[in-house]
Write a protein of this length. Structure first.
Length: 389
């Protein structure tokens, strides 16, 4: 397979999770037909980039529900904005733009600092006959395949889209044309290092085509001839955010073809080798508690929970999935057909497994800890010892 970063035919398979449904394909009925596609992770033995082998087709990934939106962490945006507005050549007259709805909160922060020439995210068209805006899988496709109209931006912010691109090199070329020749591109992406090191397999997702480390992110941009002037790391418990600042006017650079990818190879080998043992830890926990008469629920009906349940084969031990989204209530989880219920069902729950990002987990514990059944306990799915919290 050809690498999506360096173009070499050096991608080898490391772990195959088998066929999986789209994580956004909630079932309206218990017995609804399920589409599925292979979920297989490989690594490039030339540049070290982790990537999906044979990604799920865009049409299959595309959501059937108008209410689905993915939120990104924002704890770091105040600090990031302080850095961006101080870049050389950027002042209050500069045109600063965002690519998608994920950039709106960053633009709002910049506007509050006196920047008035703000280019808000483009209004991608609704799908014909549907009250639904395009998702990231479609936005990246639209950009890659070709709108040549330039935003003529001095600084363009692209948060959490690059990892969704099926053709990253072409996507980057198109994005570069949206910026003035003396401008900047700002890419934010999730770093894969922590979930690999902690064996958090739920972070595998058909919508993320590639899985960067700081090393492979820098190599990708430089291999395409772009100068990376900063990579900022913002640490989080489960998944750090990396922000790359690309100076368009400093192109073109030459990269060393001898790339040290020892750490990347070792990390994914360990991740692959530990899957069966990690799955067994979770299966044994669920089986033992079910046999002891405990009623188990999962809290959170997002893509992390979909993968957690399906990859570890936990569906027969889970009574229901709890989520406070009214849009999801009474639907059934993709792949497992477990019904989604509101948090009132905590009163019937002996064990509740939280499959949430840390910010949401703290909120749930603050608001819901007294709702669980007397003697019931909360656990985090992302501690493979499953210690109660």
């Amino acid at each position: 397979m050809e690498c999506k970063s360096c173009n070499s035919k050096a991608v080898v398979s490391k772990i195959d999770f088998g066929k999986q449904p789209p994580s956004n394909r909630y079932q309206v009925t218990y017995d609804a037909d399920q589409e599925s596609h292979s979920l297989e992770l490989g690594i490039c033995n030339s540049c070290g980039l982790l990537q999906l082998i044979d990604p799920m087709p865009i049409e299959m990934v595309r959501s059937r529900f108008s209410w689905i939106r993915y939120n990104e962490p924002e704890f770091h945006l105040d600090d990031l904005v302080e850095k961006l507005v101080r870049l050389p050549g950027i002042d209050t007259k500069s045109k600063i733009a965002g690519l998608t709805y994920k950039d709106e909160s960053t633009l709002d922060r910049i506007e509050k600092k006196g920047f008035k020439n703000i280019g808000h995210a483009p209004n991608f068209e609704k799908r014909s006959g549907e009250d639904q805006f395009d998702g990231l899988e479609t936005i990246q496709q639209i950009i890659t395949e070709g709108n040549e109209q330039s935003l003529d931006a001095d600084l363009l912010i692209v948060r959490h889209v690059l990892e969704h691109a099926h053709d990253m090199r072409k996507f980057l070329t198109r994005i570069t044309k949206q910026v003035k020749t003396d401008g900047y591109l700002i890419f934010e992406i999730p770093d894969s290092s922590k979930f690999l090191a902690k064996n958090n397999y739920s972070f595998m997702w058909e919508e993320h085509i590639v899985y960067f480390t700081e090393h492979t992110l820098r190599y990708f941009f430089e291999n395409q001839g772009h100068k990376v002037i900063h990579i900022y790391r913002y640490e989080a418990p489960l998944e750090d955010s990396l922000v790359a600042v690309i100076a368009i006017h400093d192109n073109i650079v030459t990269v060393d073809n001898e790339v040290d990818i020892t750490d990347e190879i070792a990390a994914v080998d360990t991740f692959s080798n530990n899957f069966d043992a990690t799955k067994r830890v979770h299966l044994d926990f669920f089986k033992a508690n079910t046999e002891a008469g405990k009623k188990i629920a999962v809290f959170g009906a997002g893509h992390l929970a979909v993968k957690y349940i399906n990859l570890f084969g936990l569906q027969e031990y889970i009574s229901y999935v709890i989520d406070d989204s009214k849009d999801k209530e009474d639907l059934f989880m993709p792949g497992s057909s477990i019904q989604i219920k509101g948090s009132s069902f905590l009163s019937e729950t002996d064990i509740c497994i939280l499959v949430l990002n840390p910010e949401s987990q703290v909120k749930v514990m603050g608001l819901k800890k007294d709702m669980i059944k007397d003697g019931g306990k909360f656990y985090s799915a992302f501690d493979n010892k499953l210690i109660s919290i």
